[in-house]
Design a protein around this ligand. Structure first.
Ligand SMILES: Cc1cc2nc3c(=O)[nH]c(=O)nc-3n(C[C@H](O)[C@H](O)[C@H](O)COP(=O)(O)O)c2cc1C
Length: 202
């Protein structure tokens, strides 16, 4: 059987992409938000809800989450394209991306977005280094639907986003993806063991 080309392998792996989620974080007076499509349910125990998500080390959010051990993961509605553009196409290092995005402080002091399908407030339980990114395992400590009392609409999937984003965003999206792939290619083999700081004290 002929070996698959790397691009074919990548297209197959894309089937494992998660829904598009917004991740918020806060360190002291600095708040931030980003977009990810690498989040999954990480527990089958209803009483111990957990999620995990891979965050590249070049993202500002990475440092905020690593330093505080807290984040909020939001499932989005399938009409929230503008929010994905606001949080996922530029970094919050230079400006406050949440300035125009309605939100309130959650139980962990991290911003919870008013508009979303569901929000999961998380405390980091463990981490795994991949070289280029960190996989954060989060214990879910509170759940809501943003400012709504019930979920509205349908969940934004990665396939729906890719197929329906405004055409004028596509060149930027693909350039950002290529840059992230290059960053990861340069670092993926440099995996370091990490012991999460709070692991013994829980
Ligand atoms: C659809 C989509 C999916 C993304 N998925 C991820 C992801 O899984 N992990 C990640 O680290 N960055 C991901 N990104 C990129 C970050 O959202 C982006 O680099 C963002 O600007 C980071 O912001 P920050 O530097 O303010 O943290 C994704 C972006 C988009 C648009």
């Amino acid at each position: 059987m002929p070996a698959l080309a790397p691009d074919q392998v990548y297209q197959l792996l894309r089937n494992l992409t998660s829904p598009v989620v917004a991740i918020t974080c806060q360190r002291a007076g600095t708040r931030n938000g980003m977009i990810a499509d690498s989040a999954i349910r990480a527990s089958i125990v209803p009483a111990i809800p957990r999620v995990s998500v891979y965050i590249h080390k070049f993202n500002f959010s990475h440092d905020l989450i690593f330093e505080t051990g807290r984040f909020v993961l939001h499932l989005l509605r399938d009409d929230q394209f503008e929010l994905i553009h606001q949080l996922g196409f530029t970094s919050g290092r230079a400006r406050d991306k949440l300035a125009g995005v309605p939100h309130r402080p959650g139980t962990l002091g991290v911003p919870v977005l008013d508009e979303c399908y569901a929000d999961f407030e998380c405390r980091v339980a463990n981490v795994m280094d991949t070289g280029s990114s960190t996989c954060f395992l989060g214990d879910v400590v509170a759940v809501g639907h943003g400012a709504a009392t019930t979920p509205r609409g349908a969940v934004m999937t990665a396939a729906h986003f890719r197929a329906n984003m405004p055409s004028e965003w596509r060149a930027d999206y693909e350039a950002l993806l290529r840059a992230a792939q290059q960053f990861a290619a340069d670092r993926s083999r440099d995996i370091r063991p990490v012991t999460w700081k709070d692991i013994g004290g829980r």
